[in-house]
Ligand binder design. Structure first.
Ligand code: UTP
Length: 475
């Protein structure tokens, strides 16, 4: 078959004529598939993107008026705030009871740092049972639905690369006790990888080298997949957004949800107090009255180290990538599928075929992958809200096998969190001299969603945790 003259013209005009070098050697099916891939690329904007992000390195401009973002502290500071927090929590619970909230997990990443063979959500993170990351979220969502008397729909964003394996994992595990219809998988978009010479890289003679377009791709993918329509039909207007590698997250936190609603925010964010000036978390900042996140690598040292008169960091607020997003905000942003988020450049080793058609796996980075980030939607929101949470309660990222933000540290935090909940419920927890828990404890989220549930469980049955033991508490 011949490639359409119009497509060929666009490809040549954008300086990407090399893509058609093998066209005549492809079978008709391959040609059809390749043509579909090429049609999906916007060749008119490509030269601009390549010039801005590949041939040049974009520098993040730091606005002159950049200041730290205001936030609601984890602990209310006075009676007025106490009242407000109680009101917010009650509001959040009633929104959950009314079915106005859904969950959204972004699970389309490639998890290169973890180096695990399979979608990251299938990783066996449970400290004793090896419960998977997906199981943690699913069981929390199930328990949340039971607690508030209304099932939550769970939207899971996958990528072309891991969608099939993700769906199969849910089927093999009977959706972890959720109704199959409660779970809505949708696939994010892709971006072509670009070599340092500005030419799109090819993975095979009839295929571009494509990679997921970043978690910012969530917004358009929600629209294109019909997820927004389903939310509207179900009367859901608050999306509880979290990442697939954080099993400690509150899948739908009543206080956070209630404050988001009371504040009439388009998009809200959880913040954590950074452990130090250079902790690798995005920084919540404001400029021109708009909330924005400046990546740790972009915050100038004098701002990162700046201190308030009481010695605390001026730019204290770090982002664990936990958000609430108003459905109407996503609808407005993606109207006419015309969302413009900035791109972020990542230099990568990208396998490709060379001019002779041979497969090559470079030892050094040879090109650029472009991703957009969800937090770049924050400055587009008229109204935002940031709320501090205790890190031990909400954030245990599983990025690496060992060390910082790793499987090891995540398991340790899960154990500490579950132990703390049991302790608050009156259970004696064996501890080492340094205060760490001297046992491996794992509580099923089906039994315990929060401290209230932990107290109910401890009241129901005798719980003993022996020193050095492995203790699993199921329903
Ligand atoms: P990370 O930035 O940690 O990337 O993603 P990653 O792919 O999981 O891991 P590395 O960097 O390759 O080691 C943060 C969250 O955003 C999701 C990930 O699945 C994770 O939940 N994500 C990332 C997507 O859903 N799509 C993307 O294109 C990128």
């Amino acid at each position: 078959m011949n490639i359409s003259a119009e497509l060929q013209k666009k490809i040549n005009a954008s300086g990407q004529g090399h893509l058609l070098k093998y066209w005549d050697t492809l079978t008709e099916t391959e040609q059809k598939e390749f043509a579909a891939q090429l049609e999906a690329v916007d060749f008119t904007v490509l030269p601009g993107l390549i010039s801005e992000y590949v041939l040049n390195r974009p520098k993040t401009e730091i606005p002159a008026d950049l200041g730290p973002a205001p936030f609601f502290p984890a602990i209310p500071r006075n009676d007025g705030e106490k009242q407000l927090y109680a009101q917010a929590e009650a509001r959040g619970k009633s929104l959950l009871e009314a079915g106005r909230v859904c969950c959204l997990t972004v699970a389309g990443g490639q998890g290169t740092r973890l180096g695990f063979d399979g979608p990251k959500g299938t990783y066996p993170i449970g400290p004793v049972t090896g419960r998977s990351l997906f199981a943690y979220f699913a069981q929390n969502i199930k328990r949340c639905g039971e607690k508030y008397g209304k099932k939550l729909t769970w939207y899971i964003m996958t990528s072309k690369l891991n969608n099939q394996a993700t769906v199969a994992f849910f089927r093999d595990n009977a959706f972890f006790g959720l109704d199959e219809e409660q779970v809505f998988f949708f696939i994010q978009g892709t971006m072509p990888a670009i070599g340092y010479d500005g030419k799109l890289l090819m993975a095979a003679p009839g295929s571009l080298s494509l990679s997921p377009d970043g978690h910012g791709g969530t917004l358009l993918a929600l629209r294109k997949s019909g997820a927004l329509d389903r939310m509207r039909q179900e009367g859901t207007d608050i999306i509880s957004y979290f990442q697939v590698d954080n099993p400690l997250v509150h899948v739908a936190d009543p206080l956070f949800i209630g404050m988001h609603d009371l504040e009439k925010a388009d998009m809200s964010a959880v913040m954590l107090a950074k452990t130090g000036p250079f902790e690798k978390l995005g920084n919540f900042c404001v400029s021109n009255n708009r909330l924005q996140i400046i990546e740790y690598s972009d915050l100038p040292e004098e701002l990162a180290t700046k201190r308030n008169s009481d010695g605390t960091l001026a730019f204290l607020a770090g982002s664990p990538a936990i958000h609430l997003i108003k459905r109407e905000f996503v609808e407005a942003l993606t109207a006419r599928s015309n969302l413009k988020l900035p791109w972020h450049r990542a230099d990568k080793k990208i396998p490709f075929i060379n001019e002779k058609g041979e497969q090559c796996s470079p030892a050094e980075p040879n090109g650029v992958k472009l991703e957009s980030f969800i937090f770049d939607a924050l400055p587009l929101a008229e109204k935002t809200m940031v709320m501090e949470f205790d890190r031990k309660e909400v954030f245990a990222p599983t990025k690496n096998p060992t060390g910082v933000d790793s499987v090891e540290s995540c398991r340790q935090m899960l154990v500490e969190r579950d132990a703390a909940r049991l302790e608050k419920a009156g259970v004696k927890i064996p501890r080492n001299a340094d205060g760490t828990v001297n046992a491996l404890i794992e509580i099923s989220p089906l039994a315990v969603l929060d401290e209230e549930d932990a107290c109910a469980l401890a009241a129901q049955k005798e719980i003993t945790v022996a020193p050095g033991s492995q203790t699993v508490l199921e329903q």
